[in-house]
Design a protein around this ligand. Structure first.
Ligand code: ADP
Ligand code: MG
Length: 698
């Protein structure tokens, strides 16, 4: 059951199954000492009598409890358990009671206490008592925290006979342990289960957290360095004709300072002789597309092709339209390749042009990864909205070059991979980015184009739609446009589809005088495009849609984003959707519509959205609510090392220390040969055993 429920298969797994909390059993209080602000207390005494109080949901069971000097009530609220409690806890018997004091009617009580028979509990020897998580199924079979405690105490006694922790093999070099004043590994593993004091526990926790984060960083940085040494890249020595012409004659607005800086950072990568592998992070609307276009023009100016990959058809089409518009007065051939580009007549010329190099910029979806797509000389790959592409797919693109045709006169031979630029607006906190994309260099656009006003975000209830309708009409009368988005999580969910159709019908009824468009993923691509185009041209005032519009859609005249059933979206998604408005100079707003009764966590999510428009603040909030395990992209990221106790949200500073230290080690021991580091490198190899196979990637 240990294995099936908790994944504990070996003694090592058990050793690393740490308690989620400890209770200080070293001190017994008298009842008259108790105050309501004490976190946890332990008292010893006996039950005088039981009493049931209150009606219905307020019904509770009291046990009047005394230690001979004072009186306190123990309280239980789940009426289903009353019988069991009265049967198992005996009046007049000595118990050790453990819990968190509270106040009721001006008197101190202890709700839902832990009770132990005082005879069988050896208080003096217990010290800090560990509490282990177990599943309901395990508890039913008697495998509760106490049972786990018996297992770990036996194991710890075996590993550390007579309490000696000195002989346990150390993974970190001695110099590092001294430098950071860490407790030895053996000590820390022992103390994480059975610490002598709260301070010992703190130090053990610190050491273990550092260890977990350090090995992740060591691994990432090791690969980043390997790649820097090994993977040569095409040299883009000049910005070239296309860039210069566009920049001087056709740039529609001045670049922001941040846009200029990131373009410079990336060009300096691309002329370095090494392959560029860069993540471009910038909030929604920060102007990443233009940056990508400028870099693609640099590639073209050096005689190479560029490829821009988007996660959805709509987004790819939008990129095509944007690029063609920007480049309309320039001699550049831009083409689109998606699953919808079918048939010999449409597809063949594009494939052919890509092979001969006449197609200079190819924009597309996953379709560009297919084997039939061959480039003459692919110099730069841009991946938009990276979180939907896994590491493995990234790797496939790096290999996308046709050996024979890829060697350019004067250039490098064929095995050189194209430069890679990954763009994401998914706000990721810095510490998480360091871990997920720790092998990429990072550029950040931290500035929005001038004149943008923060989007006003408000929370409305489904039950009261009138205010919402008034608001929509007001905006439309001002000449603005409105999005109304429904969740359609899976394209096949009938009930969701129903919501969208009902919503559409209702809006048509409320606004008989307005023109309303509707798009969703189940429409024929041509119809979808036609509807989108009508909205973009301003022919319709309201667009009812699913999340197909989530990423990238750009209609500056749209000023209101209404999100129906907002409780069903994650924070990152809500932020993306909100980013569809606020693209012009006028005040925009986002309205989150939910039902009235919400779970606490959902309310927190909606509140964060209303409080801030800053994607990074939202990301931090998201990470705190959900924990990193849930974040999109974490699973596929290659962070396969198990984090037992380190937490990427809370331990941000430690992530930085771990990264700095890992860099220091790699500087000191670049060939991984110093004897004092041997165990550390061995541990790293062992951790890597089950990880993704990096040798396929670079
Ligand atoms: P995102 O970073 O979300 O992909 P986009 O590239 O779609 O953002 O840009 C959002 C909008 O801002 C577009 O309409 C684009 O033309 C505009 N834009 C980009 N750069 C600038 C700039 N420097 N000044 C003014 N507007 C800009
Ligand atoms: Mg974009």
């Amino acid at each position: 059951m240990l294995e099936s429920e908790l994944g504990i298969a070996t003694f090592r797994d058990l050793l690393y199954y740490f308690p989620y909390k400890h209770i200080d059993r070293t001190r017994l209080y008298y009842i008259h000492e108790l105050t309501a602000d004490m976190p946890f207390v332990q008292i010893m005494g006996e039950i005088l009598s039981f009493e049931e109080e209150g009606q219905g949901r307020k019904r509770r069971l009291l046990a009047h409890f005394t230690d001979g000097r004072g009186l306190v009530d123990l309280v239980w609220f789940q009426s289903g358990s009353f019988k069991w409690i009265k049967k198992n806890y005996l009046i007049g018997r000595k118990y050790i009671v453990f819990g968190r004091p509270g106040v009721f009617n001006g008197r101190i009580n202890i709700p839902h206490p832990d009770m132990d028979d005082a005879e069988s509990l050896q208080l003096g020897t217990m010290g800090m008592q560990p509490y282990y998580n177990t599943t309901d199924k395990m508890k039913k079979a008697g495998l509760n925290s106490r049972a786990m405690e018996r297992l770990t105490s036996t194991l710890i006694a075996k590993i550390f006979p007579a309490g000696g922790v000195g002989n346990f093999p150390e993974t970190l070099p001695a110099s590092l342990i001294r430098q950071l004043v860490l407790v030895p590994l053996g000590q820390s593993l022992h103390d994480l289960h059975y610490p002598e004091s709260a301070e010992a526990l703190r130090r053990a926790t610190y050491r273990q957290k550092f260890e977990e984060l350090f090995f992740i960083q060591l691994n990432l940085l090791r690969f980043a360095r390997l790649r820097q040494q090994q993977v040569r890249g095409y040299v883009f020595s000049t910005v070239g004709f296309y860039f210069n012409t566009f920049y001087t004659n056709y740039l529609p607005f001045p670049l922001t300072g941040a846009q200029k800086r990131v373009v410079r950072e990336m060009w300096s990568d691309m002329k370095s002789g090494r392959q560029m592998n860069r993540l471009l992070q910038g909030d929604v609307g920060s102007g990443k597309t233009l940056v990508a276009l400028l870099l693609m023009l640099i590639a073209l100016g050096n005689g190479y092709q560029a490829c821009l990959m988007a996660p959805t058809e709509i987004l790819a089409e939008q990129h095509l339209a944007t690029c063609r518009e920007f480049l309309k007065d320039m001699p550049v051939r831009v083409e689109l390749l998606t699953g919808n580009v079918k048939g010999k007549k449409k597809r063949t010329p594009i494939l052919e042009g890509t092979r001969t190099g006449e197609v200079q910029i190819l924009i597309g979806t996953h379709a560009v990864l297919e084997d039939t797509v061959e480039f003459r000389r692919l110099g730069l790959v841009v991946i938009d909205e990276q979180h939907r592409f896994g590491v493995a797919q990234r790797a496939r693109l790096w290999k996308k070059s046709t050996p024979a045709s890829n060697s350019v006169p004067g250039g490098f031979p064929a095995e050189i991979p194209p430069h890679v630029l990954v763009m994401t607006a998914t706000p990721i906190p810095r510490t998480l980015a360091m871990t997920l994309y720790g092998d990429l260099d990072v550029s950040i656009i931290d500035e929005l184009p001038p004149g943008r006003k923060p989007i006003e975000t408000r929370h409305f209830w489904t039950e009261k739609p009138e205010a919402l309708y008034r608001g929509i009409r007001r905006e439309v009368l001002k000449g603005r446009q409105v999005y109304v988005v429904y969740p359609l999580i899976k394209e096949s969910e009938k009930s969701d589809m129903q919501d969208l159709e009902n919503g559409f019908a209702q809006l048509c009824e409320v606004f008989p005088d307005l023109r309303i468009s509707k798009v969703h993923g189940q429409m024929k691509p041509a119809d979808k495009d036609a509807e989108m185009a009508r909205f973009v041209r301003g022919e319709t005032q309201i667009l009812v849609a699913t999340t197909v519009i989530e990423v990238g859609v750009n209609v500056p005249n749209a000023s209101v984003m209404v999100i129906q059933n907002a409780e069903r979206f994650g924070l990152a998604q809500l932020h993306q959707l909100r980013g569809r408005v606020g693209r012009g100079a006028e005040q925009s707003s986002c309205i989150l519509v939910t039902k009235y009764e919400l779970a606490k966590e959902t309310n927190q999510r909606i509140d964060s959205m209303c409080e801030t428009c800053d994607g990074f603040e939202i990301a931090e909030a998201d990470l705190k609510v959900r924990g990193p395990g849930d974040l999109e992209g974490t699973q596929q990221s290659g962070v396969a090392f198990d984090l037992h106790i380190a937490n990427l949200a809370r331990d941000g500073q430690l992530v930085q220390l771990a990264r700095d230290t890992a860099n220091q080690i790699l500087d000191e021991d670049p060939t991984q040969s110093l004897p004092e580091n041997a165990l550390m490198w061995a541990r790293l190899r062992e951790l890597n055993k089950n990880d993704i196979d990096w040798s396929n990637i670079s």
